[in-house]
Ligand binder design. Structure first.
Ligand code: EPU
Length: 294
């Protein structure tokens, strides 16, 4: 690609990606495989995963080995190499909580970088790979450290129903069940998971919205800001089940846009923009897309 001066685009499982048109240059599908336990000490186990490993299968493998900590992130579609790009998160756990480092290749120079948590600049569904390193680096390997003294995370929504001493397998099973009930399987109905991030607002902005819509779903954050449920905002604007061409808002979860078959990237973008406009007009909130759009 370098010799022919071609732009390079990396592709993982493709499940957090919206193709708005054709891709110029060379697309590299990262199918590197391998899971290696590189260190096991008294307190933790350190595991390297090649970028092409399927995320969910990797968690299943960890459970079989007795390595716990990632089970709250079960059934998230996609491959290992894409997971750090948006710092995947669900049910009270984010990738960055257990992440140690990753190996990335600079596409222009071929230089190999080892990047730790700080270097990746993780945020909520965010990392350096969505900004400064967007399209410039390929992630080829991701390393996690899982503590041997496992701490369950049961404080999020549906997981609160589990017993205090729930096993990692019970958490895994419940997360799979909740996700399967709420979210469409991208293999059956094209989608990129949550299409927008949950926005954060100041307590004053939130009070203003509550005064108008007392039911708005909101969560206070440790830094004093308030996170609003984007799904609720979109639902309140009446979008569930609505469509533009073959792109539609999923009936069971307004935060998910689906391809009912044959939708173009343009139709999805038009639908997303219409949703953003109506949420802005009603609540004064600008929703930010979550998937990578190429
Ligand atoms: N809600 C509605 N109507 C809807 C959708 C949601 O009223 O159509 C309300 C729900 O009743 C609930 C609240 O909004 O009170 C939040 O909904 P939910 O618990 O389903 O979670 P979410 O905020 O929509 C986030 C993540 C998901 C993750 C779940 C569980 C984001 C953008 N999304 O969804 O992540 O699985 O929490 O942790 O943060 C993804 O990133 O692709 C993704 C699926």
């Amino acid at each position: 690609a370098r010799a022919h001066n071609l732009q390079v685009t990396a592709l993982g499982g493709g499940s957090n990606l919206l193709l708005a048109g054709d891709i110029a240059g060379l697309v590299i599908y990262l199918d590197l495989r391998g899971i290696n336990c590189v260190d096991s000490c008294k307190d933790s186990v350190t595991i390297e995963f090649a970028a092409g490993e399927n995320w969910h299968k990797a968690i299943e493998y960890c459970l079989q080995q007795g390595w716990y900590g990632l089970e709250n992130l079960s059934l998230i579609p996609g491959n290992m190499g894409a997971a750090p790009i948006q710092n995947i998160g669900a049910y009270g756990v984010e990738l960055c909580d257990l992440f140690v480092s990753l190996r990335a290749i600079n596409i222009a120079t071929g230089e190999v970088l080892i990047m730790d948590r700080q270097a990746c600049e993780f945020g909520y569904r965010d990392s350096i790979f969505k900004h400064q390193y967007k399209s410039t680096h390929l992630i080829v390997e991701v390393t996690f450290r899982l503590p041997k003294k496992w701490q369950r995370t049961l404080n999020y929504g549906d997981l609160k129903q589990l017993p205090e001493h729930a096993s990692a397998q019970q958490i895994f099973d419940l997360v799979c069940q909740v996700r399967a009930d709420k979210l469409p399987d991208p293999k059956q109905l094209g989608n990129a998971g949550s299409f927008f991030k949950n926005p954060t607002v100041t307590p004053e902005q939130c009070a203003d919205i509550i005064a108008r819509d007392p039911k708005v779903v909101h969560y206070p954050m440790p830094d004093g800001s308030i996170k609003l449920a984007a799904g609720w905002l979109i639902d309140a604007c009446g979008w569930k089940g609505k469509s533009v061409g073959n792109a539609a808002v999923y009936e069971k979860q307004a935060l998910v846009l689906v391809n009912r078959g044959g939708a173009t990237g343009g139709e999805v973008v038009t639908l997303a923009k219409a949703i953003q406009t109506s949420v802005y007009e009603r609540f004064g909130i600008r929703l930010e897309p979550e998937p990578v759009v190429i």
